[in-house]
Design a protein around this ligand. Structure first.
Ligand code: NAG
Length: 367
């Protein structure tokens, strides 16, 4: 009881305080008859507001919730971490997973739970809290790492295989030939023109060079084993690849090819600054399965990181034919990009009447 009353009182104080703050704003704008630069809020008011916010957050987080009272208490390192760094709000939607993940002995070996990290990230708990333990690494990694991004084979000894059905790369290649691990197949996947939906890299480079738009840096969203980055590396273009370890060691494969794997999910804000990259490619992973609203945020985040004159390449985006016309084409149109290439075709392996779109779009240069 006392707790709830205290909280209510605090909320009341907070409401009054925020109203004082907004009044302060209002009065300072009313006073100024001529347009003046906005007056900064005095530090002590900001400080007060922040303290109130922090207290409320703290209390609401520790308020005994009838549905979760059966929970064991949070692991000490989770409490410690949450005091020094914010935790993504989606993490709180999975308290059991999060508690298990953070329940470890500091300064010793981490529990063997790499799946848990992946699961939490895919549920939107990203960035994951840091941990103070030693994560397991392969016991006898190979020193002879390939310099070539298309090696004949990738060293098996550099992967912890326990969570996968396959225990070698050749097993993956044999059982799942199209997952991107067959380097001989990968060699040509971005250089051959099979249909209008393809945009071979030599052609992409030619388009950019004709437009006087140099390609040096890029991001490949959902780039699997990093074959786009590998092919671009041969043209001295640096591409970082976002990829998840869904049923196979994709991140390790990218790294073993000497490329940069970013372990971030599709819903994550791209970890690069505004206007710094020349090219963003969205592969197969970006498709109609992503909710439209999330897709809109994704596209505008791509716009944020692209420089003026940079390119967005939607590579084999698939959706229902009617949705492409009614939903996705208008959505893509919101960016106001120039259509350099726009090719659609039926997705032959689809039972739902899906269509493919491959589009190369150029971000306008601000005038
Ligand atoms: C890439 O850079 C290297 C070293 O500067 C150079 O020798 C090579 O010709 C370049 N390759 C391409 C395709 O531009």
């Amino acid at each position: 009881m006392g707790f709830t009353m205290g909280l209510n009182l605090l909320l009341l104080i907070a409401m009054v305080a925020t109203n004082i703050l907004s009044l302060y704003h209002l009065s300072s704008t009313l006073q100024s008859t001529k347009p003046q630069p906005l007056q900064p809020v005095p530090d002590h008011l900001l400080h007060q507001l922040n303290t109130i916010r922090a207290t409320i957050n703290h209390l609401t987080r520790h308020q005994p919730n009838p549905t979760t009272t059966t929970h064991r208490t949070s692991p000490p390192d989770l409490l410690l971490y949450s005091r020094i760094s914010p935790i993504a709000s989606s993490c709180h939607n999975h308290p059991d997973l999060l508690n298990t993940y953070m329940n470890y002995t500091p300064f010793s070996l981490c529990p063997h739970d790499t799946d848990l990290a992946e699961t939490l990230i895919l549920h939107g708990c990203h960035p994951l809290p840091r941990r103070r333990c030693f994560s397991k690494t392969p016991p006898k990694p190979s020193n002879s790492l390939p310099l070539n991004p298309f090696p004949t084979s990738l060293p098996d000894s550099n992967v912890i295989w326990s969570k996968y059905n396959c225990k070698t790369f050749s097993c993956i290649v044999h059982n799942y030939p199209k997952m991107g691990f067959d380097m001989s197949l990968e060699q040509t996947s971005f250089t051959v023109y099979r249909s209008e939906l393809d945009l071979p890299i030599p052609q992409l480079l030619q388009i950019a060079s004709h437009a006087n738009s140099v390609l040096r840096l890029g991001v490949d969203i959902g780039g699997g084993t990093g074959t786009f980055a590998a092919t671009m590396k041969l043209h001295n273009v640096t591409i970082v690849t976002t990829t998840m370890n869904l049923n196979a060691p994709y991140n390790e494969a990218v790294a073993l090819r000497g490329l940069v794997p970013l372990h971030v999910p599709l819903q994550q804000r791209l970890p690069v600054f505004d206007g710094v990259v020349d090219l963003v490619r969205c592969g197969h992973a970006v498709n109609r399965w992503i909710p439209v609203m999330m897709m809109e945020f994704l596209l505008f985040d791509v716009d944020r990181v692209l420089r003026g004159g940079g390119y967005l390449w939607l590579d084999h985006f698939f959706s229902k034919g009617t949705d492409l016309d009614k939903v996705f084409t208008p959505l893509i149109g919101k960016l106001g990009y120039k259509k350099v290439k726009w090719a659609t075709a039926d997705k032959t392996d689809s039972k739902n009447g899906d269509v493919y779109l491959t589009a190369l779009l150029q971000k306008p240069v601000p005038k």
